[in-house]
Design a protein. Structure first.
Length: 152
């Protein structure tokens, strides 16, 4: 349940207006859901370490990236976008590695594809989001007017 919550909340936050109520609300839901998922994944990994060690590593990467993104949400927007995006990619990678062999279509892919496809799809999206976010920040900065001209 926490995993599905993260997938839906993360997508909602990513596609909503940045800084708006929806983005903030669903971003927080994503982070709290990921925290719950991290706790349950840690317990399950401790019980079946051999089978779940790679998933534990992905969970640690997802949580670290999300916390990095969250802590840099105001002062370093590029790091916020990268951290939250990488967290989402790690979350999806864990889902597909764990469940892909049991899903139609995904069960026909080689195991390596389950590890790489989320990153191959997510990386260009994250890079584009960072570029768009930074260009918006340059166009409308605290010291500029709406059209980007400096206020005197």
């Amino acid at each position: 349940m926490a995993g599905l919550t993260c997938v839906l909340a993360g997508a909602t936050a990513a596609f909503s207006r940045k800084g708006g109520r929806t983005h903030i609300r669903y971003g927080r839901i994503y982070l709290w859901g990921l925290g719950a998922l991290f706790v349950s994944m840690t317990v399950m990994s401790a019980i079946r370490w051999r089978e779940n060690a790679p998933l534990f590593a992905l969970g640690c990467a997802a949580m670290t990236a999300a916390l990095t993104g969250y802590l840099n949400r105001r002062n370093r927007p590029a790091l916020h976008i990268a951290g939250m995006g990488l967290s989402y990619v790690a979350l999806l990678t864990g889902f597909y590695v764990d469940n892909g062999p049991h899903l139609p279509l995904w069960n026909r892919l080689p195991p390596l594809a389950l590890w790489l496809l989320p990153a191959l799809i997510g990386a260009p999206i994250i890079i584009r989001a960072i570029r768009l976010g930074l260009s918006d920040m340059r166009r409308i900065s605290p010291n500029s007017g709406i059209d980007g001209n400096r206020i005197r």
